[in-house]
Design a binder for this molecule. Structure first.
Ligand code: SAM
Ligand code: SF4
Length: 368
């Protein structure tokens, strides 16, 4: 029996919501249309910008930040809202259509709702989203939605409160679940849950996470643990490859890949559908981010802007171009565009994580 025929209801294709520098006030003015968009030497079109709005976080996930003594950048080095809005406009003028706010934890950035409002006003952004640990969402989901945020990814690695507290060190599963409730009540659709798969933490509850996502009507994405950041946890013993994640899920769910050309921007996640064996008709939409085991780099459509304004062309490459310094030195938009274009030519063909190579900067600083 095929997966499709086993499912009493198979979800149909969803449609996701899919030049002068403006420093304050002029966000609604359309960025100058650029005749050339950002295409790198591998002919990958860059349409997706991830903006880290802070390196601070209210959690200390074991795979991301050290328990104590996190090296945080002095506040004046962080981009301010005028600078973030100005740089986002430059990227939009270069063809970026999707912007995701991340961190650190974006919701701990003071006045984050105001930043969302400013970015939402920039013409040309089709998809404005955020990745969050969800801890502060209960109070912020509705204002964020009203400010123009379109989509949310919420990180939940485990549904066991004690394990959740252990992996996040200072997190509360209850607060995050209330945040998810608030997000759904506020009208966020196509919400995704991000779960880093970790042997010894959640490898025994991957099917439970599927059931939870099916019940809550959210898309569940399993992320392979990447050798990035603090070195307390990553080892081949804790890393769970996507092939094994799928095999474990397949114990309870029939799963199969689906074409999702409707998703904005494509990108590296592989889309699958799962149909419960024990509860016919119960389906879950799944994504697998095989960052280590199946290099997704051919599909890469993104660049990252760090909280200090450094352009990072690839997760595994140290960024060298400080757009903040250029901006603070008075660079105009053509100069910024030219520098970004040059940097993109240096975008590596594929990341270099293979267990031997790692990135020491934590994901919280890079903007995962
Ligand atoms: N604080 C927010 C959150 O946790 O959702 C946003 C920033 S966090 C760096 C973005 C995503 O990166 C989270 O889903 C987190 O689980 C993931 N992440 C962090 N470190 C990782 C690692 N070493 N390997 C894989 N994913 C990681
Ligand atoms: Fe904070 Fe997100 Fe890193 Fe966890 S994964 S420590 S919530 S930035």
């Amino acid at each position: 029996m095929t997966v499709q025929s086993r499912c009493a209801t198979t979800p149909g294709a969803q449609t996701l919501p899919g030049s002068a520098l403006s420093l304050g006030g002029a966000d609604r003015q359309a960025p100058t249309v650029n005749p050339f968009s950002l295409v790198d030497l591998q002919a990958r079109k860059v349409e997706y910008l991830r903006v880290s709005v802070t390196d601070r976080c209210n959690y200390r996930c074991t795979y991301c930040m050290p328990a104590e003594g996190a090296q945080l950048v002095p506040r004046p080095e962080l981009l301010d809202f005028d600078e973030i809005a100005a740089l986002v406009r430059v990227f939009v003028s270069l063809g970026v259509r999707k912007v995701r706010l991340t961190g650190g934890e974006p919701l701990v950035r003071r006045d984050i709702v105001r930043l969302v409002e400013r970015l939402a006003a920039i013409p040309g952004i089709d998809d404005l989203s955020m990745t969050t640990n969800g801890h502060l969402l209960a109070e912020l989901a509705a204002p964020l939605r009203a400010a123009g945020l379109q989509r949310l990814n919420i990180s939940i690695d485990t549904l066991d409160a004690a394990k959740f507290a252990r992996v996040t060190r200072q997190g509360s599963l209850d607060a995050v679940l209330r945040g998810l409730d608030a997000a759904q009540a506020a009208g966020f659709a196509h919400t995704k849950l991000n779960a880093v798969a970790l042997r010894g933490l959640n490898d025994d509850e991957l099917t439970d996470l599927c059931a939870f996502a099916a019940d809550r009507q959210v898309i569940l994405r399993f992320i392979e643990y990447m050798p990035i950041g603090v070195d307390q946890f990553w080892s081949p013993d804790t890393y769970l490859p996507v092939a094994e994640i799928r095999a474990r899920i397949a114990a309870d769910w029939d799963i199969a890949p689906v074409e999702r050309s409707d998703l904005p921007g494509g990108g590296p996640a592989r889309h699958w559908i799962g149909c419960s064996r024990s509860a016919p008709g119960r389906t879950v939409q799944l994504g697998f981010i095989a960052a280590v085991s199946e290099k997704f780099c051919r599909m890469c459509n993104r660049v990252r802007l760090s909280s200090t304004g450094t352009l990072r062309e690839c997760l595994s490459a140290a960024g060298t171009l400080s757009l903040r310094d250029m901006l603070r030195a008075g660079a105009d938009e053509p100069a910024l565009r030219a520098a970004i274009g040059d940097a993109l030519h240096g975008k590596v063909d594929a990341h270099r994580f293979d267990g031997a190579v790692r990135t020491w900067e934590p994901m919280s600083a890079i903007g995962g």
